[in-house]
Design a protein around this ligand. Structure first.
Ligand SMILES: *[C@@H]1O[C@H](CO)[C@@H](O)[C@H](O)[C@H]1NC(C)=O
Ligand SMILES: *[C@@H]1O[C@H](CO)[C@@H](O)[C@H](O)[C@H]1NC(C)=O
Ligand SMILES: *[C@@H]1O[C@H](CO)[C@@H](O)[C@H](O)[C@H]1NC(C)=O
Ligand SMILES: *[C@@H]1O[C@H](CO)[C@@H](O)[C@H](O)[C@H]1NC(C)=O
Ligand SMILES: *[C@@H]1O[C@H](CO)[C@@H](O)[C@H](O)[C@H]1NC(C)=O
Ligand SMILES: *[C@@H]1O[C@H](CO)[C@@H](O)[C@H](O)[C@H]1NC(C)=O
Ligand SMILES: *[C@@H]1O[C@H](CO)[C@@H](O)[C@H](O)[C@H]1NC(C)=O
Ligand SMILES: *[C@@H]1O[C@H](CO)[C@@H](O)[C@H](O)[C@H]1NC(C)=O
Ligand SMILES: *[C@@H]1O[C@H](CO)[C@@H](O)[C@H](O)[C@H]1NC(C)=O
Ligand SMILES: *[C@@H]1O[C@H](CO)[C@@H](O)[C@H](O)[C@H]1NC(C)=O
Ligand SMILES: *[C@@H]1O[C@H](CO)[C@@H](O)[C@H](O)[C@H]1NC(C)=O
Length: 829
């Protein structure tokens, strides 16, 4: 996803952290509680894994994580919304103001505009009465009390500096908000009709039913990462009376603006606003107060993407008259169920590795948002599962779905169903669905690598999992062959790619529209997407298509310019004109070493200099995960390849904050030097991830970062669209992955695990390198890789024995990982 460049800021934060400055948020009790839980759990048989989760990791330093109250894949995520850069609503920065608490958010998305944040509620003290209440955004915003923010799976709390505490807990499409007021104050509340984080309101209505104590809201808003021309609809239902235990004193509506309007309508019950054609921020909503000065107020909130009635029905069916504690306990139990799919030897694991792992696994089940039965637009009557915030597939195909494949095929199948349904309804599979709307395409049709990963992993069970593989294959072929009229939002620019064998720079395209940039990276991504199609063709026995897409998957070679040099290394991916001439660009552009990085646009902007998306040519030139053997030849052989990888890291070209870099540290495996991959992964993890709010190197990108970290900690790395798993050195002495659909459990034991190896530089003489790998008692054919079908597919035991003898361990003692041109991926498993 879009990334803010943060080198300066993150440098500052690192310095502050290492001199152990205490931040004002979250409450220090959060870390204290987690540390205590981890220390105590070492002695218990069935740990409460939710107690190890720190929802605040990634809520600073542009991580864009939402720490709000949610169930796994919840459509509702209750979080406060704040001023400043806060795409997920919340940030730890104590100097930012709270604008309200709201039920819809995304987590980890890089949209600098922010996403959702509709239907804010803000508790107020209005000592001068109804007409003096501070209702507009600027008037009502307020700072927090330092050191009070708290969160755990299914729960969030924050205390405003006027001592009003706001808490929330959630179900899939609703939640309960609990507000605690200072003694003897009269509780007032503003509910916002129009505002959302991107300020994209496109008209809507609000109705107060004072007898029922209910506010119904509905309207239209715009995308956080997609064309401004599209709008989605959303609805909320606020039930104010807590089943009759609470009583309203006054109610009415308000409207205001930044030009001085500040009007209130006591007793009025309706607002109906159309589109503001001159622009500007809408400021309107409901205002009400409670009788009898209750200390605590409970408000039930339902949301829907279909209607306000359905929002109310969702709250009724999912919450009814359950208490806050009951809903919180239910949410927590759902999280425990998800988190316990991976169990570890807590006593033997370094405590912050435990916290990093469970916090990452938590985020790996936080999104995408399950909006099944909440569909709109062309999906209105679908019978398929439906997920919002596929934000974006380019981010998630590499590690997010491969992790899910190890333990949750049912959920994976639901999401695959949703991708295929996108093809049924829109013509192509979705790439970056955001806010129920098509978002911007990044690398091409990355959904191909997601659904093909499902197919290669679960083709034997596909029917039972509700997936028709022939339909899945048709969706893939459409992405590859049918050029959409507008490939900014779906599919690929397949017409020119299929004609030239690469996406040409400055090409005349008479039949489709899109932003003519990223030609280098789009070629590399399209080629890997073709590999995914090839893999499914192979398992369906489509021989002709296997040849065709195998060939196309080698298109990465067509943008390889053997004559470009940088720092003495020869051969780089470069964009190319349709006449075959390469369009030279410095491979350093858009890398962390780019001297013009602050002025260059390296994401989706109109800049057509670099030719690569969110990465440099230095970075993207490593990218042929299915054919690295040939890439090594292009680069001049194993020795040069290794030297070049070392230089890449040592000279600072590696950018941990964007997805094209994910597999690079493990490139050494392909040159038969797995010990170097172990060293690099230790360095990458310890330099870029930690348990603080600033502990992510960039946007979580819908848990892309969380899942690459999870794989690193588990000592595995997936090759997407294949069943190959690369073997590294776990940060954990023993773990078990349960797959309750296949009814199997797989235990990985790290013999000779030494916690001292969990350092940026592995100390000499410390066991950390892979000496041998056995699978269910038999030696693996290579110590560099295993296959899903021999391991997690069937269950049992994997034993990874470590040694401190780095030299002895620095080869695969068998085959290097597979590559197409070396005869790899020859058969479907
Ligand atoms: C809260 O913390 C922030 C950031 O450390 C600091 O600037 C501010 O003065 C603190 N406020 C109070 C009331 O202590
Ligand atoms: C609370 O924050 C507001 C700004 O939102 C500020 O004006 C006020 O002084 C703060 N009050 C306290 C007690 O810190
Ligand atoms: C709200 O206004 C729109 C026109 O902007 C109108 O079509 C609609 O009927 C109105 N709704 C109500 C309930 O008055
Ligand atoms: C969904 O079904 C309703 C009722 O039959 C129909 O009015 C509507 O057009 C359908 N929507 C779509 C997108 O097909
Ligand atoms: C999504 O919601 C539907 C409807 O409640 C449910 O059947 C399905 O299991 C949910 N899937 C996930 C992954 O949460
Ligand atoms: C591979 O594609 C190229 C064109 O890109 C073509 O010349 C060649 O014949 C194809 N090879 C096979 C085996 O299909
Ligand atoms: C190919 O096209 C580019 C851009 O128009 C031009 O600069 C280059 O000279 C052309 N190459 C050949 C061999 O004609
Ligand atoms: C961007 O593309 C346009 C049209 O192809 C070209 O005129 C312009 O020089 C290009 N800019 C750069 C910086 O390459
Ligand atoms: C790199 O080394 C491996 C293992 O020795 C070997 O199989 C492979 O052919 C080598 N690659 C190249 C391009 O020489
Ligand atoms: C865990 O904490 C220790 C002590 O603060 C630190 O040395 C180590 O680098 C941390 N490890 C990780 C994985 O964050
Ligand atoms: C797993 O076990 C359940 C209950 O015993 C059974 O219904 C199901 O068919 C089993 N699944 C597989 C893949 O064997």
């Amino acid at each position: 996803m879009q990334k803010k460049r943060t080198s300066v800021l993150s440098g500052v934060l690192t310095v502050l952290l290492s001199s152990s400055v205490v931040f004002a948020q979250p409450s220090p009790n959060v870390q204290k509680r987690i540390s205590q839980a981890i220390a105590a759990a070492g002695k218990q048989p069935n740990p409460d894994y939710t107690a190890f989760v720190n929802p605040f990791i990634g809520t600073d330093n542009f991580g864009d994580v939402c720490p709000g109250a949610s169930i796994p894949f919840g459509m509702a995520k209750f979080s406060p919304d704040m001023t400043g850069y806060a795409p997920a609503g919340y940030v730890t920065d104590a100097t930012q103001y709270i604008r309200g608490l709201s039920p819809l958010h995304d987590s980890g998305t890089g949209s600098s505009l922010g996403t959702y944040g509709n239907f804010e509620i803000m508790p107020l003290l209005c000592p001068g009465g109804f007409n003096t209440c501070t209702t507009t955004l600027a008037a009502r915003q307020r700072l927090r009390k330092n050191n009070t923010d708290d969160a755990s799976p299914g729960y969030f709390s924050l205390t405003l500096n006027n001592s009003i505490q706001m808490e929330a807990t959630a179900t899939r499409r609703s939640g309960i908000e609990r507000f605690t007021f200072p003694a003897n104050s009269q509780p007032y509340f503003v509910v916002d009709l129009a505002n959302d984080l991107p300020a994209s309101f496109n008209g809507g209505e609000l109705t107060i039913d004072p007898t029922q104590g209910r506010i119904m809201i509905g309207g239209k808003w715009g995308s956080s990462f997609g064309p401004g021309a599209f709008h989605y609809q959303a609805f909320a239902c606020y039930d104010l009376l807590d089943g009759g235990k609470q009583q309203l004193a006054q109610y009415g509506v308000w409207t205001g603006d930044t030009e001085g309007l500040d009007a209130k309508g006591l007793g009025q019950t309706h607002l109906n606003l159309s589109v503001n054609l001159i622009g500007g921020v809408y400021q309107s909503g409901a205002l009400f107060s409670y009788a009898n000065k209750p200390k605590q107020v409970n408000i039930r909130v339902g949301v829907s993407f279909r209607s306000a009635d359905q929002a109310c029905a969702n709250a009724e069916s999912e919450i009814g008259d359950a208490t806050f504690e009951e809903i919180q306990a239910q949410a927590k139990a759902m999280w425990q169920d998800k988190l316990s799919k991976i169990e570890i030897d807590v006593a033997g694991t370094p405590p912050n590795v435990t916290e990093l792992l469970y916090s990452s696994l938590y985020r790996a089940s936080l999104t995408p948002n399950n909006a099944t039965d909440e569909t709109q637009g062309v999906f209105e009557n679908t019978t398929s599962f439906y997920f919002d915030s596929l934000y974006c597939s380019w981010d998630t195909f590499r590690t997010f779905y491969p992790l899910m494949a190890l333990h949750s095929p049912v959920e994976f199948a639901q999401i695959v169903d949703n991708y295929i349904d996108g093809w049924r309804k829109n013509g192509w599979m979705p790439e970056c669905r955001a806010n129920n709307l098509p978002g911007w395409t990044q690398g091409g049709s990355s959904a191909d690598n997601i659904v093909s990963h499902f197919a290669v992993s679960y083709h034997n069970e596909a029917t039972r999992l509700g997936i028709d593989l022939n339909e899945l294959y048709s969706a893939l072929v459409t992405d590859a062959e049918v050029n959409p009229p507008e490939w900014n939002i779906e599919g690929r620019q397949s017409n020119v790619y299929n004609e030239f064998g690469f996406v040409p720079f400055a090409v005349l395209d008479v039949s489709s529209t899109g932003r003519q940039t990223r030609e280098g990276s789009r070629t590399l991504e399209y080629a890997f997407e073709d590999f995914g199609i090839r893999q499914v063709a192979q398992l369906l026995g489509k021989t002709d298509d296997v040849a065709k897409y195998t060939n196309r998957s080698l298109s990465y070679r067509n943008v390889w310019n053997p004559s470009v040099t940088s720092d003495g290394f020869k051969g780089f991916s470069q964009k190319r004109y349709s006449n075959g001439t390469f369009a030279f660009q410095d491979p350093v552009n858009c890398s962390p070493n780019d001297k013009k990085i602050d002025t260059r646009e390296c994401s989706l902007q109109g800049d057509n200099i670099s030719g690569f998306f969110e990465a440099s040519s230095w970075e993207y030139s490593w990218y042929a995960p299915h054919d690295t053997d040939h890439l090594i030849q292009l680069m001049g052989g194993n020795a040069t390849f290794v030297k070049r990888l070392d230089h890449f890291f040592n000279a600072g070209y590696y950018d941990p904050g964007n997805e094209p870099s994910f597999q690079t540290p493990i490139g050494y495996h392909y040159a038969n030097h797995p010990a170097s991959s172990v060293d690099r992964v230790r360095q990458v993890v310890l330099e870029n991830f930690d348990i603080t709010p600033a502990g992510l190197p960039g946007n979580d990108d819908q848990a892309a970062m969380a899942t690459v970290l999870s794989f690193h900690l588990l000592g595995l790395y997936p090759v997407p669209s294949s069943t190959q798993l690369l073997v590294l050195s776990p940060f954990i002495p023993k773990y078990t992955i349960h797959n309750s659909f296949l009814n199997v459990s797989t235990t990985v034991t790290t013999v000779n695990f030494d916690p001292k190896s969990v350092q940026k530089t592995i100390p000499k003489g410390t066991a950390a390198y892979v000496k041998s790998v056995t699978v269910n008692g038999a030696a693996a054919s290579s110590r560099c890789h295993v296959d899903f079908y021999d391991t997690f597919r069937v269950g049992g035991d994997i034993v990874i024995t470590l040694t401190s003898d780095r030299t002895e361990a620095d080869s695969c003692l068998g085959s290097v990982p597979e590559s197409i041109s070396a005869g790899g991926f020859a058969q479907a498993r």
